[in-house]
Design a protein around this ligand. Structure first.
Ligand SMILES: [Fe+2]
Ligand SMILES: [Fe+2]
Length: 168
């Protein structure tokens, strides 16, 4: 495996686990504040991020590369509002998209064809993740601090079902 590409994929594994940890912290915050629907949504999202990390972990091993697990940064634990939680989630997704783009570019320049194919899945996944986060952020902005509407939104978020990716 191309050494720079391997290093960058290891960094991305850390990013996915950082996202896993951050969503978990967001779930804890919402759960503590009894915003339980959002807490459930965030917990499911954290599982997806964990699976993204493991997907790359398995890929590196399949390519006979060395997995290097690094320290996971402490996530943000406190938020101003429930809307703020999702604003930060969207920012996180946008950051990850930029990382995946850079990683894909590196694989492309390195003519790392198998890695490009693997990363295509992540490019597609980021389109979906950003779209979902952006829609939720839009709802929070619309609702503002109207308690009744926030409770409706919480109930709706709590209806998230396990996606096929999440049960894989
Ligand atoms: Fe991810
Ligand atoms: Fe994500």
């Amino acid at each position: 495996m191309h050494v720079d590409v391997l290093r960058a994929i290891n960094t991305q594994i850390n990013s996915e686990f950082t996202a896993w940890y951050q969503y978990l912290a967001m779930a804890a915050f919402c759960d503590r504040e009894k915003f339980t629907g959002a807490a459930k949504w965030l917990r499911m999202q954290s599982v997806e991020e964990y699976q993204h990390g493991v997907k790359l972990f398995d890929f590196v091993l399949a390519r006979n590369g060395a997995v290097e697990l690094e320290t996971i940064e402490q996530p943000t634990l406190e938020f101003d509002t429930f809307g703020d939680v999702f604003e930060r989630a969207l920012e996180q997704e946008e950051r990850v998209t930029a990382q995946i783009n850079d990683l894909y570019e590196l694989a492309f320049r390195s003519k790392a064809f198998a890695e490009m194919t693997e990363l295509q899945w992540f490019l597609t996944e980021q389109v979906e993740e950003e779209k979902t986060a952006r829609e939720i952020v839009a709802r929070f902005r619309l609702v503002g601090d109207d308690a009744g509407s926030l409770l409706d939104l919480d109930r709706e978020l709590g209806q998230r079902a396990l996606t096929p990716a999440a049960v894989r």
